[in-house]
Design a binder for this molecule. Sequence first.
Ligand SMILES: C[S@@+](CC[C@H](N)C(=O)[O-])C[C@H]1O[C@@H](n2cnc3c(N)ncnc32)[C@H](O)[C@@H]1O
Length: 237
Amino acid sequence: MEINKIYNQSCLDGLRLLPDECVDLLFTDPPYYQYRAQNVSGLKNHKDVVTEFDFDGFRSEQEYLDFLEQVLAECFRVCKSGAAGYLWCGDDFVSYINRIVEKVGFRFRKVIHWHKTNPFPAISTRKMYANSMELLVHFSKGSPKTWNFKSVNEMHNFIQSPICMGRERTEHKTQKPLKVCIPFIEISSNPADLVLDPFLGSGTTAVAAKMLGRNFIGYETNKSYFDIAESRISLNS
Ligand SMILES: C[S@@+](CC[C@H](N)C(=O)[O-])C[C@H]1O[C@@H](n2cnc3c(N)ncnc32)[C@H](O)[C@@H]1O
């Protein structure tokens, strides 16, 4: 197993090659399965905009959940006893995620809320509030072995920050800000620990791990995102 390396392949294939109990921290952001408003009819009148599922490549909700379960079962196998896990998800899926993490053997601990201070505005025809929250599910393999306590005020299950902007922003549409990821990686791992991200996207987890002196390993299927991740990692050396 080569560490401090990222792989342009499906995480399911990559994880199966990792030995048991080699990872100290899992930090990941799988593709979301969610409703999206799309003008599927091609009509100009915004009243005719139809909402349909965006499967993010999955044919059904069940196929998506089965896939996540397979990935998380592999993650459980490669995590050391006491390793922590963090997984980003939307509010519509958090209860499913909680059940899957427990089903594969992890212990659910807490849901952390990220308040985006500059979310995309809501689509007016859907009469909805803007989606200004993303959730980070925290779990562990048994009792957490690492808990680098900060001040009491920094140990809330809430963090507030704008979405990625400025020089940090890449073309990846769901890129997470380093500022939001770093505190959790710092609390749940130590220098030289191995941090795993099966769904790297633009490489945020690997960049954060490297900045904090942790080792990393990760996977990304999309070649353009993989290239962005490689270039971000090499810039942070
Ligand atoms: C929500 S994004 C991650 C964004 C990331 N947190 C960031 O800050 O850029 C999920 C990523 O998983 C990738 N992906 C989807 N299926 C995958 C698979 N089977 N193996 C590895 N990566 C996959 C997608 O291409 C996408 O870039």
